[in-house]
Design a protein around this ligand. Sequence first.
Ligand SMILES: Cc1cc2nc3c(=O)[nH]c(=O)nc-3n(C[C@H](O)[C@H](O)[C@H](O)COP(=O)(O)OP(=O)(O)OC[C@H]3O[C@@H](n4cnc5c(N)ncnc54)[C@H](O)[C@@H]3O)c2cc1C
Length: 504
Amino acid sequence: MNYDAIVIGAGLGGLTAGAKLAKEGKKILLIEQHSIPGGCATTFKRKDLKIEVGLHMIDGLDDGDPKQRIFEELGVLDNLEFKRVPEFYRFVKPGVDLIIPDNYEQAIEVLTEHFPAERKGILKFFKVILALRKEVFRVPRQKWKMLLSMPFFPFYAPNLMIRENITVGQFLDDLFDDENLKLVLLATLGYYHDNPYNMSLLYYSIAQGSFFSGGGYFIKGGSQMLSDYLASIIENQGGEVIYGHLVEEIIVEDGSATGVKYSKKSATKGEQQSAYGKCIVANAALPNVIGKLLKNTQAKTKLSNVVGNPEIAPSILSVYLGFKRTPKDLGNRYYSTVFFDGGISSQQELADYHHTDLSKRVFIFCDYSQLDSDLAPEGKSVGVLCAMDNISNWDALPKEQYEERKELAAQTMISRLDKHIPGIREEIEYYEVGTPTTIRRYTLNPEGTAYGYAQLPGQTGRKRVKIKSPIPNLFFASAWTEPGHGFTGAIISGYWCAEEILRK
Ligand SMILES: Cc1cc2nc3c(=O)[nH]c(=O)nc-3n(C[C@H](O)[C@H](O)[C@H](O)COP(=O)(O)OP(=O)(O)OC[C@H]3O[C@@H](n4cnc5c(N)ncnc54)[C@H](O)[C@@H]3O)c2cc1C
């Protein structure tokens, strides 16, 4: 059988590319090493609870969001329910407790009320991030390269000339004196990166601007619903989705990608099989495509030369929680609360506080009971505590120490939560820790990252746009390529990848 496209990996990038191509009548084969689709966009069952692995909130869904059109086209909005989260986030630091709304007009009001001396800067902050988001998605993608190669972006408001290589940290330092205000605006930095001083302002603006324009959403029933739905499009259109099989090689003949070699993942490794297609879409991590899947030396070198050696983004530590009652019953009223209660006082310290000891590290509590999430039976609920992490803290540990460290992580973070929501520890009937190693095991992503390459100024935009495959018939759709990571980044990358294939 010769397929129109073979997709390696059923993360959101691969699923979206496969679903769009299948809808256009293309014959698809999707091969996923795990037993279910989704990659990071997945849930798992523990007794009567559904545990959400990788979705706190998905941004946007307003008119300025390119995902909106993709969802409409693929029937996502007709088949799944998106629940708007009540506010963007609550920020907690000794002496500061602020609720930041998920729309910029109200956010400006809240921030200017609390930081009146910074009013001018606050207005400029929102003007810039919203203009950046608008500008990037306004221009046709084909023109990105031209736009991104300019030394300055010609934004809507021409007086807002922002250098392409500026970082969020520099931008905030230029605008504000108040360190607390900077930290409030960086509360969700962990959704993108760990260090404001090397995170691209452009990327931060697109993502953060999207939350402030269109709000944040949770998918009723969990992110697995979206992954299952996208996989069902491929199957309903006559495509094949094979789970539990690992792609081991991208076949390259006469310089072009022509197929894959794959085998069943089982204790006794299955016999290797081959499949051929007119094009190959790698949802698998780009470093793995170069380092593992391309055995052809010329092709490997070609791709490696184009990609270079960009820095990989940090990973995430999650403590998944199941509650006998809801945190709402204990008085918690917020969906996402970000705790900066470990002693941090300025944005200069933020990178350190994203990696310091867990007793002081910045963390976030996501309380799914604040909306009709459908993750737990009536009266019960689930939540998650999350912090930034690095795989080096985990992957060298012998099994016993690894388990001990997981237990310590859970206890430390639960104790910190219990200080803010007294009594919550008593209501926990289940907890489980997901480390960077866990993410790597389920996605095969190097360093257990869920974010692909780090969004540094030199790696966002211009550099990323250049990650075009130099190998004919090989395409990429994932957080590792343009436009970036997160549900939105991966979904858009999949759609753009399909469009590129269809244009050909
Ligand atoms: C704990 C956590 C919380 C997060 N929270 C949010 C959030 O609130 N909002 C948000 O927008 N984003 C969030 N993210 C990030 C987001 O989930 C990811 O950026 C995005 O889903 C990545 O999609 P992807 O297409 O790159 O594929 P991935 O999710 O990385 O999946 C890749 C898939 O390819 C498969 N694969 C890889 N290699 C092979 C191979 N050789 N053969 C077969 N199969 C292969 C893997 O098994 C996997 O299924 C979170 C992630 C995590 C882990």
